[in-house]
Structures are given as structure tokens and as C-alpha cells.
Design a protein around this ligand. Structure first.
Ligand SMILES: Nc1ncnc2c1ncn2[C@@H]1O[C@H](COP(=O)(O)OP(=O)(O)O)[C@@H](O)[C@H]1O
Ligand SMILES: [Mg+2]
Length: 255
């Protein structure tokens, strides 16, 4: 069974149909990319998966659960986390504190535990060890005590990814992680995404404009246009699909 099943999803904003009868399966362990021109509906699919928008029709199954019926905070504790298209970090907290914020959903303390010095200490220690591990994986260790607002853009992006990883998700959604990065940083992001899958075994749904990233690291690519799926398959197949070339890659090449 796929890890995530999007079934006949339709999302409307007033008169505009942003996502139109869209279906997609994501298999566990895959890096699955969702691509398409601006306005195709990619972010709206992310928002529906994470409970930020409620679909007009369709279902999103994560295991047995229909996410369309879950509250957003439940979705995170069920094992899905995400980053946003524009970087969201808490500027006046350190990078380490930003990472800690992602850990709250793992918190299993009850009221009695709150009074237990031992339990609270072991919780804090586990959170710290996890943050160090993730910072190491992302190359963020030297930044941990800097304010998130003072570190370079790339490090802010990584902080956001790190925060998403702190909740130990099964599925990580990355919305345009390479946007605004230099070529060298884009290569680094590519490596980091591969490392997240390899070291943590996390399945990744990636929305990305940079075709060098998408075609290099994806197992499966789904292409959207005007809210509909127009193509899907392995990168080399999708890359050569005439319809894709027409609506998306063609547009890029002529740019
Ligand atoms: N909250 C919203 N309210 C109204 N329209 C929206 C909203 N979010 C997205 N849209 C519209 O839905 C369409 C799909 O947007 P989006 O999912 O952001 O596309 P993409 O991420 O593929 O660029 C666009 O036409 C966009 O303007
Ligand atoms: Mg978008």
C-alpha cells in the first residue's frame, strides 16, 4: 500500500478551481516530485495534505487515516511535516531553539511528568541529542547558537528543514527548497535531500522549479497543469513526454 494516497482531490477558492480531480500515490522510501508551471496547484496540494486548506471533494489517505478529517496538529503528530515556499524561521530565536520548536509534537509528557525532574531532564536531553544529530546531518552545527535571523539564507532554509525533521516525520513535504539559492547551494540541497532519505529513511514529496534537482534525485515525477495531473512516471519518461515539454519544460527552455 502506498504511504500517501491523494484521491480525486478538488480544491476551489471562490470561482477558481486550484486543484481539479487530482490523484497521486506516494510510495514509502521514494523521493517524489510534484512539478508544473506557476499557479498549477502544487502548494495547494501541500496545504490540503497538511490540513491548512480543506478540499471541496476527494480524500487524502495516510495509512488508514483520511487526513481531510484530521486537525493540522494531529497531522504532524501522525508523521507528516513540511517546509514553506517562503522560508519561515523565528528570527529572534537561535537556530537550536528553532529546531527545538519542531520537537514539541514528540512530547509525551503528561501533567504528572511535568513535576518529575527526572522525566523533564531526560526529555530535554533527548531533544538536545536529536537537534545535534540533525544539525550535523544538515551541516548546521556551527550555527546552532546564532539567531536564525542573522544566519545566511541557505542556513535559514536548512533550519526550517531541520525543524521539520525534529518531529521525526515519515513523510516530509518540501516546497521549493532550491528557490533563491546559488548553483553551489542548489547542489548542496540536492545532497541533503538524498541524505535525509538515506540516513533517516524518510519519504519525500518535493515541489521544485529547478529541473536539475527534480530530474536528478526523483524516483517519480508527477506533473500538474491547471490543477490537473498531466503526466507521471520516472524522470526520464516524464522529461520526454510531449505534453510536459509543451506546458513546462518548453516554457523553461525558451526562458
Ligand atoms: N488562499 C488562496 N485564495 C485564493 N486563491 C488561491 C489561494 N491559494 C492559491 N490560490 C490560487 O490557486 C491557484 C494554484 O495556486 P498554488 O497552489 O499556489 O500553485 P503553485 O504552487 O503550483 O504555483 C493559483 O491560481 C492561485 O492564485
Ligand atoms: Mg507554490
Amino acid at each position: 500500500m502506498p504511504l500517501l494516497q491523494v484521491q480525486n482531490l478538488t480544491v476551489k477558492f471562490g470561482g477558481l478551481t486550484a486543484v481539479n480531480d487530482f490523484s497521486m500515490n506516494i510510495d514509502a522510501g521514494n523521493i517524489h516530485s510534484l512539478i508544473g508551471p506557476n499557479g498549477a496547484g502544487k502548494t495547494t496540494v501541500f496545504n490540503a495534505i497538511t490540513g491548512i486548506v480543506r478540499p471541496d471533494s476527494g480524500r487524502i489517505l495516510f495509512g488508514e487515516k483520511n487526513l481531510c478529517e484530521e486537525a493540522p496538529h494531529k497531522i504532524i503528530s501522525n508523521g507528516i511535516s513540511r517546509t514553506f515556499q517562503s522560508v519561515v524561521v523565528f528570527k529572534y530565536l537561535t537556530v537550536l531553539e528553532n529546531l527545538y520548536l519542531g520537537y514539541h509534537s514528540r512530547m509525551k509528557l503528561n501533567l504528572l511528568d511535568e513535576f518529575s525532574w527526572k522525566k523533564r531532564n531526560s526529555f530535554t536531553w533527548e531533544m538536545y541529542v536529536k537537534a545535534l544529530y540533525i544539525a550535523d546531518l544538515l551541516g548546521l552545527k556551527s550555527r546552532l547558537l546564532s539567531y536564525a535571523g542573522s544566519v545566511p539564507f541557505m542556513a535559514q532554509k536548512l533550519t526550517e528543514i531541520g525543524r521539520a525533521l525534529m518531529s521525526s516525520p515519515k513523510l516530509l513535504l518540501l516546497d521549493e527548497p532550491a528557490a533563491g539559492l546559488t548553483d553551489i547551494e542548489t547542489d548542496q540541497i540536492k545532497d541533503i535531500i538524498l541524505r535525509i532519505r538515506k540516513e533517516l529513511g524518510i519519504t519525500i514529496l518535493l515541489v521544485e522549479h529547478d529541473m536539475s534537482v527534480v530530474m536528478n534525485i526523483s524516483d517519480i515525477v508527477t506533473v500538474m497543469d491547471f490543477g490537473k495531473k498531466i503526466s507521471e512516471g520516472k524522470p526520464e519518461i516524464v522529461k520526454n513526454d510531449p505534453q510536459v515539454i509543451k506546458v513546462y519544460l518548453g516554457e523553461k527552455e525558451s526562458a
